[in-house]
Design a protein around this ligand. Structure first.
Ligand code: AMP
Ligand code: MG
Length: 297
């Protein structure tokens, strides 16, 4: 499938899985209510979980949101890229997309095939991760097909970032980090100055469910005890487990491989997956966040 064919299918109200630098998205034309509804239906996503509107360029944002000064600063610095900004929505934005809220989440993704698709279509797409609600996000075309065998996929290779976008809320008096991602709190603070509060204290947004990125196999932190039976290992060095995925020492490479690693261990037929705690530090915040969700129940 080419970007042109993907755009034609979207124009006709159909769904297409699109590659982005973060994860594969389940795309629908954001201006077609019926198409947006079918995204919720296919994913089994609750209606109060808002969708991110993916734009072909930053200029498109003027049709969708009320744009504060910080929006322009961040767009100039980070778009196209893995940063989503939540701004007050304009009246034309369907409340279906915003989960009934008066704000809308906007992003320009950084993948050449998807940018070409958006330019062909001439409209933004909504694009939540192309997996059933609650499952691990797909970072390769074959992951998408494992979830939705019938879905047309625009294959753009493995996603280089591999974790969902950073989300910053610009609707309040002070910017707030809603979801950590590869663009770190420090990166944002370089542009905006200090962000309000810490992630721990922030109110939960819809969609920030604990077990949102979890494998089906019981997954726990490694606390130094080797279990009996068949177990899987996600860590930096081997431990003699029945199935092991060894992870790279850099946070960005770890993030790029994490979801494929969790899928692999989930399919290895083990009773338990143990996860070695990665280092602390600002560059690890997004990986820490996704691992905390994977081990919580
Ligand atoms: P994704 O899981 O990458 O599809 O991103 C969707 C997530 O973006 C939602 O679950 C929310 O956390 C966030 N989001 C989208 N729209 C809004 C909004 N209007 N207000 C607050 N958060 C939003
Ligand atoms: Mg998702």
């Amino acid at each position: 499938m080419s970007p042109f064919e993907a755009a034609e299918r979207l124009r006709a109200g159909g769904l297409v899985a699109i590659p982005t630098e973060t994860v594969y998205g389940l795309a629908a034309d954001a201006t077609q209510e019926a198409a947006v509804r079918s995204v919720f239906a296919l994913k089994g996503r609750p209606a109060d979980h808002p969708l991110i509107v993916h734009l072909g360029s930053a200029e498109w944002a003027v049709h969708w949101g009320l744009l504060p000064a910080q929006f322009h600063q961040l767009a100039t610095r980070f778009w196209p890229g893995p940063l989503t900004m939540v701004v007050p929505r304009l009246a034309r934005v369907s409340r279906l997309i915003t989960g009934g809220q008066d704000s809308v989440a906007l992003r320009v993704p950084r993948h050449p095939l998807t940018l070409e698709t958006l330019r062909c279509l001439g409209q933004p797409v909504v694009a939540p991760s192309a997996n059933r609600f609650g499952h691990t996000s797909p970072t390769r075309a074959d992951h998408v097909l494992a979830e939705f065998p019938e879905l047309p996929v625009l294959d753009g290779g493995p996603c280089p970032v591999g974790l969902e976008s950073t989300i910053v809320d610009l609707t309040g008096p002070e910017p707030r980090l809603l979801r950590p991602g590869q663009i770190s709190r420090e990166d944002l603070e370089e542009v905006l100055g200090p962000l309000a509060g810490s992630l721990a204290g922030a109110p939960r947004v819809p969609g920030a469910l604990d077990r949102h990125y979890a494998p089906r196999t019981l997954t726990q932190w490694f606390e130094g005890k080797i279990p009996v039976g068949r177990w899987g290992w996600l860590g930096f060095a081997g431990r003699g487990a029945s199935a092991e995925v060894l992870m790279p020492p850099s946070a960005s490479e770890y993030g790029a491989r994490l979801y494929a690693a969790l899928r692999e261990l989930d399919q290895a037929g083990v009773e338990l997956i143990l996860v070695e705690r990665p280092p602390e530090g600002p560059e690890w915040e997004a990986v820490q966040d996704r691992l905390h969700r994977a081990v919580s129940h």
